[in-house]
Design a binder for this molecule. Structure first.
Ligand SMILES: CCCCCCCC/C=C\CCCCCCCC(=O)N[C@@H](CC(N)=O)C(=O)O
Ligand SMILES: [Zn+2]
Ligand SMILES: [Zn+2]
Length: 522
């Protein structure tokens, strides 16, 4: 027996020995893997001497400022809601078509622009370039929005486009009418100012993205395939400029989605013979299913942080963290488990770490005194780039661990391929240059888009697909996607118009400048 103080000393000794051992293990691990500890993996990403292309200045006068905002507000006021594949608001989609033709008269009448309506409500524009040797690119956005119920806690009616403190509120303001209107407004102003492109480009506006894009995006892709189109790159909705969202990061970060997570919807069901509620069995179909769902929530999929391209995000951002986080972020190969533990605490950062499991529908029962025969639940999973649909299904089966619960894959697809983002990547570097010219304070990094986009249907047309719009997201804003009080500042909407205005002109360069030449830092 040791006395109380002896016990403490022994504990202290054990702690010291354990810590020393841990230190030795880490050092050995470092030596064994023969890797160099670093502070910055983003150094050297510098390009210079961009061919001058954007000769048309992007200044916006007072009249245009009013005009572009009025056009945007009208777009928000049209409830182009998609509820299910067969439940689209076609009246609103028709109205939206008329709005586009009315507020962008130059786009619809210019001899430089070819336009066709696809699958009744989607739009495809083609602006041929003067230099046929330059491979065209494509800008994507979607017209439809998810439903919005004023009673959920909206400060203003969700289709009112009302302004509060410099923000326009409404469904679609950040997902994704800001891009639809921003791209066409930029093209309208470019054409009015006499622009004609050297590199041709397409614009694709889907009308059913929120329910999978099976009509809009898929038919636009068919049209393009028939024409034999191949694209240099595609830019669609997705990630954004995050300002104050990543804790510890100095300054805002523009995350350009170079991939997007996969998705699976799984139906779980339990069947039991119905009966009188006065003689219930020990377990009901609802009880069995509730248990299965609870086990899924209690046992999240494993943290895979560092095993997919999300690792590159933090390596690119590392130099914008203070010590010691900077050191940790620069050496993800060693510290990713530690970072994962911290990031899983918040839903938006957790989404980058693992395949997420969301129980989104639960149905059963028809009457208070009838034991229901059937209980059904739908689980929506967003698949981390290092996993597949098949692996996710195996995980669900073993976690549920109850043969009475039937599992059925409703639909699913694996994570999308990773697009290039190195110094020779035309699309990535041109988007990045456009961003840095406009927002020099921003750090640009590749990222994984946690939601899905229409661009996933375009993989046969382009090797490089990017998911990004320069929408500024500040703390609290991530919940506005598909949530209440979706909004964008008037200033930010103007910035989007300017971004697309400059991006289109920047794409006219024949090729990227060679890396490491002196000058403008990317
Ligand atoms: C280190 C990272 C910090 C975490 C910050 C979170 C950043 C959030 C920024 C943007 C939100 C992502 C929204 C992506 C667009 C989603 C588009 C969408 O809603 N798609 C639907 C429909 C479909 N096509 O499946 C979806 O359900 O995903
Ligand atoms: Zn969207
Ligand atoms: Zn959406």
């Amino acid at each position: 027996m040791t006395d109380r103080s002896g016990e403490c000393n022994i504990m202290k000794l054990v702690k010291i020995v354990s810590l020393s051992l841990l230190f030795v293990v880490i050092v050995c691990f470092v030596a064994a893997t023969l890797r160099t500890l670093t502070f910055d993996v983003n150094s050297g990403l510098q390009l210079a001497h961009w061919e001058k292309t954007n000769n048309i200045a992007s200044d916006i006068n007072q009249h245009q400022r009013k005009e572009l905002l009025a056009n945007f507000r009208e777009a928000i006021q049209i409830p182009t809601v998609s509820t299910a594949k067969t439940q689209l608001n076609i009246t609103a989609l028709g109205e939206f078509d008329s709005l586009l033709r009315r507020v962008f008269p130059t786009v619809f009448s210019s001899h430089l622009v070819q336009h066709e309506v696809v699958a009744n409500y989607s739009h495809l524009f083609w602006v041929p370039g003067s230099d046929l040797a330059l491979v065209p690119y494509m800008l994507l956005a979607h017209i439809d929005v998810v439903p919005a119920d004023e009673n959920d806690g909206w400060e203003v009616p969700p289709f009112s486009a009302k302004e509060i403190d410099g923000f326009i509120y409404g469904r679609g303001t950040i997902d994704n009418k800001q891009s639809v209107m921003g791209v066409l407004q930029a093209l309208e102003y470019l054409l009015i100012r006499g622009y004609s492109p050297q590199r041709g480009f397409f614009i694709g506006l889907g009308h059913d993205e929120e329910v999978g894009g099976l009509q809009g995006a898929m038919n636009i892709v068919k049209v393009l395939k028939r024409k034999g189109v191949q694209l240099a790159f595609i830019l669609d909705e997705g990630l954004a400029v995050l300002d104050g969202v990543i804790s510890g990061l100095q300054g805002p970060a523009a995350l350009i989605g170079i991939s997007e997570k996969g998705q699976a919807t799984v139906k779980l069901s339990v069947f039991k013979a119905p009966g009188h509620s006065s003689m219930p069995p020990r377990e009901s179909s609802i009880g069995i299913l509730a248990g299965a769902v609870k086990r899924l929530e209690d046992n999240p999929m494993p943290i895979l942080f560092g095993e997919g391209p999300e690792r590159r995000t933090f390596e690119h951002l590392a130099h914008r963290f203070g010590l010691p986080i900077k050191f940790v972020m620069s050496n993800m190969w060693l510290f990713s488990p530690l970072i994962g533990r911290v990031m899983e605490r918040s839903p938006d950062t957790n989404a980058f770490l693992r395949t997420t499991t969301a129980v989104t529908m639960f149905n059963s029962g028809v009457k208070v005194n009838v034991l229901p025969s059937l209980a059904e639940a739908y689980v929506n999973l967003r698949i981390h780039p290092a996993q597949t649909v098949e692996e996710v299904l195996e995980f669900i089966q073993s976690t549920v661990g109850d043969e009475r619960v039937k599992m059925e894959l409703v639909n699913g697809f694996d994570p999308l391929p990773v697009s290039s983002y190195d110094e020779t990547s035309f699309g990535f570097q041109t988007i990045k240059k456009t961003l840095l010219d406009q927002f020099p304070q921003v750090t640009v990094a590749p990222g994984v888009c946690i939601g899905n986009t229409d661009s996933r249907h375009y993989t046969d047309l382009a090797k490089d697909i990017y998911r990004f719009a320069p929408t500024w997201i500040r703390p609290g804003d991530t919940q506005r996607f598909h949530g209440i009080n979706e909004r964008i500042s008037k200033k930010n909407y103007e910035e989007l118009v300017v971004f697309y205005f400059n991006l289109i002109q920047n794409c006219d360069i024949k090729e990227l400048p060679s890396p490491h030449s002196a000058g403008h830092e990317l």
